[in-house]
Write a protein that binds this ligand. Sequence first.
Ligand code: GAP
Length: 450
Amino acid sequence: MEKITSLCKRRGFIFQTSEIYGGVEALWDYGPLGALLKNNIKQEWLKSFVQARDDIALIDTPVIMHPKTWEASGHLKNFTDPLIECKHCHARFRADHMKEGNFVGQGRAKEKNQCVQCGEKEFTETKQFNLMFKTFLGPIEDESHIAYLRPETAQAMFEDFAQVLETMRFKIPFGIAQIGHSFRNEITTGNFIFRSREFEQAEIEYFVKPGEDERAFDEWVESWEKFITGLGVKKENLRRYEHKKENLSHYSKRTIDIEYKFPFGWSELTGIANRTNYDLSQHSKFSGKALVYFDEEKKEKYTPYVIEPSLGIDRLVLAILIDAYEEIKGGRTETTKSTKGEEVVLKICKKISPIKVAILPLVKNKPDLVNKAKEVYKLIKNKFYCQYDEVGSIGRRYRRQDEIGTPYCVTVDFETLEKEDVTVRDRDTMKQDRIKINNLIEFLSGKLDL
Ligand code: GAP
């Protein structure tokens, strides 16, 4: 984890928010490369689950919703974590995250033993702590103006169920998707962006006929996992964890987490839940509005069941970075003596890598070469995210690009000036192809699957 966090900071993927003031616990900034990576992941998600399907529509809703939402959803009452406090140093912990004096990552241990902060063993009784952030709507700060920052994007999909159904003329089964920020006042944080107080979720609420929910649930587990492996996460680093009946969320009939083998242990990457008709029924009850489906053919009316695949984008960013990280001892064959040592290659799936192509003039002190390289840079910059780099030896520059996961380096050399072609180096194989500048965009598009 240290290596990943240091790479992220050093190369501008992710760093602490408000760092100049000492940072804020569990809040993170995505820097220039991180923001592109995250955005690429979201675009792939949209492509797979919205663009490529006829039965799912996207919505985009505010993070503050009507406060009744959280009464109806059960979050006001149930969205809590067990909190214990050390009687000596008053550090607060999640009771379910402590075991034998250590935090067990995001494990599922129940025992508590000693305080990880001061080593004492006396704790207060466990209290339930609500994780929702409170705020006030408007200038009056009293009970009647309390509002909450959403702890999940899901509720808007339930509240908008009838609108989407009508405007899209959907028939069941159909889904509503959303990507957006969610907020949780987590008691214990840590492990970099794994557990933050503000994070992004990509969620789908997939409405099905009761009785067809179990099959739909299994299908969603499959396609969710396929999406993750499709972004290059190795299958052997994923496993499924089925929640025990007694630990299910208040709304769930069945939940399977897809866990990733993080350096701090197997932990939840994403989850798929069968939320039954709980949410639609609750919102119907609290709002007085019917949230039902009428089957025209069978002339029957029912409250649909909901299958919910829910993905934390930040956790996926972390898993992708960890999975892609490779150290090559002694350096790669092409490196010069001066750059030999341990090399890092970030083998991020090419379609989501932040920078797709680097343009490198072989040397920087030959104006013809530099001008040609800048010309090539301008040509392909409109099509792909590119970096132009002329600083340092060519080996060192390849190494810089490898470290940020750039799949292709285009080198402009003396032959380019005569033959109008360039060398294209592949990050993973280090194979070099000689490609005519005229064919460069087509060649790279094919390779990058764009
Ligand atoms: N709508 C269902 C729901 O929110 P959840 O299991 O509480 O279910 C879904 O959250 C996903 O959101 C998790 O699998 C995880 O990827 C992500 N997530 C939850 N809490 C998080 C946090 N504090 N920081 C980062 N990601 C988080």
